[in-house]
Ligand binder design. Structure first.
Ligand SMILES: Cc1cc2nc3c(=O)[nH]c(=O)nc-3n(C[C@H](O)[C@H](O)[C@H](O)COP(=O)(O)OP(=O)(O)OC[C@H]3O[C@@H](n4cnc5c(N)ncnc54)[C@H](O)[C@@H]3O)c2cc1C
Length: 458
């Protein structure tokens, strides 16, 4: 039985679990995801039919590129007016382009990392240290050595991968560990926000089964989108922009995909790579409807708000050696950004902070500045700000949120969500990643590889 079918049947039948790679172990394991393994398809068989790909984010682009290389006739239908999905940048905000979506390359063992190296792109300097705002003071880890609550939070983070108790939310776990209220925002910033949500929303078991996001690098001098553009140049003419798919009719002998303008496309196979939040919103109607086990798997995988904050100031009011500033408030972590340390702060916000800021609309920037004023005093952020931009991905009609996260009930659900149907419908995209790399670019690319490998088997 093919791996995906096996997983699908086993999960439906016996409720078994395929465990992904562990939180701490992931970054040190032998690389299963080198560029090499994503450059080629495993199949030697010769499917040469027509494939439609829905969505031109990282997963859709990579799948199109792989299929095209195999001589498969591929068309990519993209709803928006640009390709890249949750990868987008802004050129005119500061003296260097800034990412509005994904900016970090997690780990050093992925096709994405190899791609950056191959493109000779440089990584931004990482020298410096994180600062932590606590009780009105901004300190380094060394300065907080005597703080028992801080030490407890860091200690829990560092040993979390060894946790073997029952599943519960991180919030419940923090309370069982006796973490004090004053340290919870920091715990949230370190452990929940990087994974796409807040303490109350993340399940500890699915979290520790996911890949660690502690090792992250940022490029300088180029953008994620230009990297992808270079890599996937050969298939860019296969993308039909402004073509939101509204229905997929998948019958035994035919598949018809219809876009909003009423254009109908037929194909032998279809790969769906739209964000999970779009699937949950039923923006695409399936006929016959998807099995309830699949739609309930969609529901159980966490999705929620996500936004990116960019701020620039006439002068730096944070310490010169800051790499980031962790803080209570809607923004869990401000990142000091840019090729050289400059006057720009950025932040990626998920969970409760994102929900709050998203609800504020235009007022969100002022709220974020207030947070910085509180940390550094004297209204310094509000007085010195020279520009701000917030991209609320929740309000992007074809994205509808941040990233999928490891919710309490999500164990085993990604396998069901990603399983193909009748060798006709295939699913890829970050949320469909079953090796613990969901919520990332390299994880999305990995799902494209898996789907294409399976698709090409006759
Ligand atoms: C703020 C933010 C910060 C992030 N930071 C990082 C980071 O630092 N590092 C990292 O690795 N990852 C990060 N991520 C996650 C990363 O961006 C995603 O995991 C990855 O880009 C997802 O790729 P994808 O192909 O699965 O989906 P997407 O990029 O979302 O692509 C899906 C595509 O489907 C299209 N679509 C939707 N509906 C339809 C329809 N009906 N018809 C046709 N097309 C449709 C969309 O327009 C979109 O282009 C971040 C994400 C966000 C939001």
């Amino acid at each position: 039985m093919k791996r995906r079918e096996f997983i699908w049947n086993t999960l439906l039948g016996a409720g078994a679990l395929i465990l992904p790679r562990g939180l701490a172990a992931a970054s040190s394991e032998k690389n299963p995801d080198s560029e090499k393994s994503h450059e080629s398809v495993k199949s030697t068989e010769t499917f040469k039919g027509n494939v439609l790909i829905i969505g031109a984010g990282a997963a859709g682009l990579h799948a199109a590129w792989l299929l095209n290389k195999q001589g498969v006739n591929v068309t990519v239908l993209e709803a928006s007016s640009v390709y890249g999905g949750r990868i987008r940048s802004l050129d005119n905000f500061s003296e260097f382009p800034i990412e509005l979506g994904a900016d970090k390359i997690y780990g050093k063992k992925s096709m994405l990392y190899d791609l950056v190296k191959k493109a000779n792109a440089k990584f931004a300097p990482t020298k410096g240290e994180p600062y932590y705002a606590l009780d009105g003071y901004v300190n380094t880890e060394a300065q907080l050595e005597e703080d028992a609550d801080f030490k407890a939070a860091i200690g829990i983070r560092d040993t979390l991968a060894e946790y073997s108790g029952p599943n519960m939310t991180l919030d419940q776990f923090a309370s069982r560990q006796g973490l004090k209220k004053r340290i919870l925002p920091l715990f949230n910033a370190l452990l929940a926000n990087p994974y796409g949500a807040s303490l109350k929303q993340i399940g500890i078991k699915p979290l520790i089964e996911s890949e660690s996001r502690s090792d992250a690098s940022v490029m300088q001098g180029t953008t994620m989108l230009s990297l992808l553009t270079e890599k996937y140049r050969s298939i860019l003419d296969k993308i039909k922009l402004n073509s939101p798919v509204v229905s997929v009719e998948h019958f035994k002998d035919s598949i018809h995909v219809t876009d909003k303008s009423g254009t109908v496309y037929s194909a032998d196979k279809v790969l769906i790579t739209v964000p999970l939040a779009v699937l949950k919103a039923n923006d695409i109607k399936f006929l016959p409807v998807l099995h309830i086990s699949k739609t309930s798997a969609f529901e159980k995988i966490g999705t929620g708000p996500g936004l990116r904050v960019l701020l620039k100031f006439s002068k730096r009011f944070w310490k010169d050696d800051s790499t980031s500033i962790y803080s209570p408030g809607p923004v869990p972590e401000f990142v000091v950004t840019g090729p050289v340390r400059n006057n720009v702060l950025t932040a990626t916000v998920y969970g409760e902070g994102a929900a709050l800021l998203s609800g504020m609309g235009e007022g969100a920037s002022a709220e974020v500045l207030k947070q910085l004023d509180k940390i550094y005093g004297g209204n310094v952020a509000t007085r010195t700000v020279t520009g701000s931009t917030i991209l609320d991905w929740t309000k992007e009609p074809f994205i509808k949120g941040g990233i999928s996260y490891p919710s309490l009930d999500s164990a085993g659900m990604r396998e069901i969500a990603a399983a193909s149907i009748d060798k006709k419908l295939y699913f890829a995209g970050e949320a469909m990643n079953t090796s613990g790399r969901f919520g990332t670019i390299h994880g999305a690319i990995e799902t494209a590889q898996t789907a294409v490998d399976e698709m090409l088997k006759l």
